[in-house]
Design a protein around this ligand. Structure first.
Ligand code: ZN
Length: 450
């Protein structure tokens, strides 16, 4: 058995790991590198293996940094099966179509060939006809069995456990995928797979602890009410998958229990977030028992009375006329593009309004500059002054924090751990807290005989 690393090595994007056993070549995730121009350029590079020789892909979840190079894999000759949960497949359809669209725009701007097209994305989605269910083993090939466990990170997310049997010897290897935080309202808590010999584990937040969710929700309500009281609007730049739905859930709860005005006006100004929200209704099997029961009883925890979905551009532009009393959810989460940039251009200069960041903001993005206290930010070639009240709420993370990661690791007690999907500082801090055992921090292209 052999494993090699082709992304998210001492970094957080481009997840892609290759497991070779019994003559089979199985890829775990095939994500896009994101965050900087150098990383983006890495996407077009050689995978470090021949896509035509890959037998199957197991996809842990539908985030772009885990599925975003699948169309490229297909474009370069992959014709095998792609296994995932049903919810992951449906979310990936939204994510990959959007990604192909963005690749097209980017290529047009730079007068280059796109990384991949809508047709490539459709070809990849056509190979995703191999649904898996949590806890139900699937034989990928004779002697290679794979079982998915709910990772509690986003809808449909999974950790993958492989059992490779040769003669009388069985070796087990677990890929954590991205692990969620416990106690989140819409999803199950992460489920630890049975113990494994080898573990490939994410450690995004291996060096920090999250604030409590209750405090974060209280901060969210206070920030929104502050803006409403001043006669302004509250803009929440948000990721379309998961975070948008989680915020909708808390808005619903706040309107119900009196922490927010019962008729609060909310705009979900993101076609992708709207589509993802609809998938939550379609996949009760991937929801927490409580959320599934609420949907089953006919009530909708992702809605408020004053909620408007704005799908087309025209409806989105009408929000301009709303000068106060509204909450506007729009992407992108880091304000690097998308409809939220127009809302920010309008609301940032207004002292009565609030901008509330509820997710990760990478260095170099407008979100990061605003959070770090910039007085002026550039957007669409204009200088925008920042007078709105700025809030950064850190407790909504879709990722397990250090203690949650350590507890999860302890349940698997592996003989050997490979740390992936983390910045080097987080990785080293996390490594220092792991129990004794063989530990590796692989780099791109590294290969290990197991
Ligand atoms: Zn993820």
């Amino acid at each position: 058995m052999k494993i090699s690393f082709h992304g998210a090595d001492q970094g957080v994007t481009g997840s892609c790991h290759l497991l070779e056993a019994l003559g089979q070549r199985i890829l775990i995730d095939c994500g896009l590198f994101q965050g900087s121009r150098t990383l983006a350029a890495d996407n077009a590079d050689d995978f470090g293996f021949d896509p035509g020789q890959i037998d199957a892909v197991v996809l842990t979840h539908a985030h772009l940094d885990h599925c975003g190079r699948l169309p490229l894999l297909v474009k370069r000759g992959f014709r095998g099966r792609i296994h995932s949960t049903d919810a992951t497949r449906d979310l990936a359809a939204i994510v990959l179509k959007d990604s192909a669209h963005l690749q097209g725009d980017e290529a047009e701007r730079n007068h280059e060939e796109p990384l991949y097209t809508q047709e490539d994305a459709a070809d990849a989605l056509n190979l995703m006809r191999h649904p898996m269910h949590y806890g139900v083993p699937v034989d990928l090939a004779p002697g290679i069995r794979c079982t998915l466990y709910d990772a509690g990170h986003i809808l449909g997310s999974a950790s993958a456990r492989f059992e490779v049997t040769e003669g009388s010897v069985t070796k087990s290897i677990v890929f954590s995928g991205d692990l969620g935080s416990r106690g989140r309202p819409l999803l199950h808590d992460p489920v630890a797979p049975p113990p494994a010999d080898i573990l490939v584990m994410e450690c995004t937040y291996g060096d920090r602890l999250h604030r409590s969710l209750d405090d974060s929700v209280a901060e969210l309500y206070a920030a929104i009410n502050g803006a409403l009281d001043r006669g302004g609007n509250a803009v929440i730049p948000t990721f379309a998958l998961e975070r948008a739905q989680e915020i909708l859930y808390y808005l619903h709860a706040g309107c119900e229990d009196g922490h927010l005005p019962p008729s609060l006006q909310v705009f979900l100004d993101s076609p992708m977030a709207i589509a993802a929200t609809e998938l939550f209704r379609a996949h009760p099997e991937a929801l927490s028992a409580e959320a599934a029961a609420t949907f089953a009883s006919g009530s909708d925890p992702l809605s408020v009375d004053g909620l408007a979905y704005t799908r087309d551009r025209e409806a989105s532009q009408k929000i301009n006329r709303v000068h106060g009393g509204a909450v506007i959810l729009a992407g992108s989460g880091m304000a690097t593009g998308g409809r939220v940039t127009y809302h920010l251009m309008r609301e940032l200069p207004r002292a009565e309004s609030a901008v509330i960041f509820v997710g990760f903001a990478a260095v170099g993005t407008p979100a990061r500059r605003i959070i770090d206290g910039a007085q002026i930010v550039r957007m669409h070639r204009e200088s925008i002054s920042v007078r709105a009240s700025i809030h950064t709420i850190n407790g909504f993370s879709a990722h397990a924090d250090r203690n949650e990661l350590l507890a999860w690791h302890a349940q698997l007690h592996p003989l050997r751990t490979f740390l992936v999907h983390g910045e080097l500082t987080a990785m080293k801090a996390f490594a220092a807290r792991l129990p004794p055992g063989q530990l590796d921090l692989p780099r791109f292209g590294d290969e290990y005989e197991l």
